[in-house]
Design a protein around this ligand. Structure first.
Ligand code: PXL
Length: 283
């Protein structure tokens, strides 16, 4: 069985980060190891939350993984609590990177033009080094602008602007750069990607649901990394992840009792399992 380690916070309530990654990657038929970066009572969009920094646990845990000779088919980083953790992840990548494992970086720091509570420009600047070591990075447009230290481009832009953003991001060093939350019209939303080696673009758009929920980026990334580790190509993994995320958003909107803080991806896990196994991908 393939094995992923995902490095991000555990928000006890909020259906994001580890509480999304664990069930989604497990549903992909992959062993999911975790390295929690912080424990929060709830994600930072809640009015009240605790934040317990776990930075001091990262190095000792990594040292033990090494002693136990544990290897990972993918390292997937999401929300990192502090700038120090970015340095620690650089070391972690150097230690656990192999010739054929996947380094998947979701530079979780911002959305809708704003940094999440607790982050600043210095944090975004530091994150650039981590992107440089990745096989795949998956920022949203806001995160892309912060990584490039540019003003937010807003919600109206051209395809040429997005392509330029992708090429500029790609210069940070990742092999594949994926921009999430791209939309050129009111009824479609999707991803655009750039392959640095082939110098080629890829895009995939799905129905745009007029609703905005937390945690959709984490749902998308978890499904994408799971699909990649199960042997899908990047375009197929991105399509699967986008389709799964849209289904989760639709399920949420269709549930009159849905909560505000996350999406109902749980009911869509059977869809994910079906799609992930449909071509008999390697286990
Ligand atoms: O979904 C991204 C995310 C992850 N973890 C924490 C967050 C957020 C977004 O707000 O606050 C703690």
């Amino acid at each position: 069985m393939k094995r992923i380690i995902t490095v991000q916070d555990i928000s006890c309530v909020g259906k994001c980060s580890l509480t999304a990654a664990l069930p989604i990657i497990s549903a992909c038929g992959i062993e999911t190891c975790v390295l929690p970066t912080a424990m929060l009572s709830a994600h930072t969009a809640f009015r009240h939350f605790t934040f317990h920094d776990l930075t001091d646990q990262i190095q000792p845990a990594a040292a033990c993984f090494r002693q136990e000779q544990i290897t990972f088919d993918a390292i997937y980083t999401g929300y990192l609590g502090t700038a120090k953790q970015i340095d620690l992840m650089n070391d972690f990548f150097r230690t656990f990177q192999t010739e054929d494992n996947l380094i998947f970086v979701d530079p979780v720091m911002a959305d809708n033009g704003r940094l999440y509570t607790g982050f600043d420009r210095a944090y975004a600047e530091k994150y650039v080094s981590l992107c440089g070591q990745a096989d795949v990075i998956v920022p949203n447009i806001t995160e892309a602008c912060f990584l490039l230290d540019r003003p937010y481009i807003g919600t109206r832009y051209t395809q040429a602007q997005i392509e330029e953003l992708l090429v500029s991001l790609s210069a940070l060093g990742a092999k594949h750069t994926v921009l999430t939350g791209v939309s050129f019209c009111n009824d479609e939303l999707g991803v655009m990607a750039y392959d640095a080696e082939k110098e080629s673009f890829f895009s995939y758009f799905t129905e745009r649901i007029p609703a905005n929920f937390h945690g959709t980026g984490d749902v998308f990334s978890s499904a994408a990394v799971g699909a990649l580790v199960r042997g899908k190509t990047l375009p197929d993994a991105l399509k699967l992840a986008a389709d799964f995320t849209v289904r989760a958003i639709k399920a949420t909107v269709n549930n009159p009792a849905h909560n505000w803080y996350g999406v109902d991806f749980e009911t869509e896990l059977p869809f994910l399992i079906g799609r992930i196994n449909e071509d008999g991908n390697e286990r």
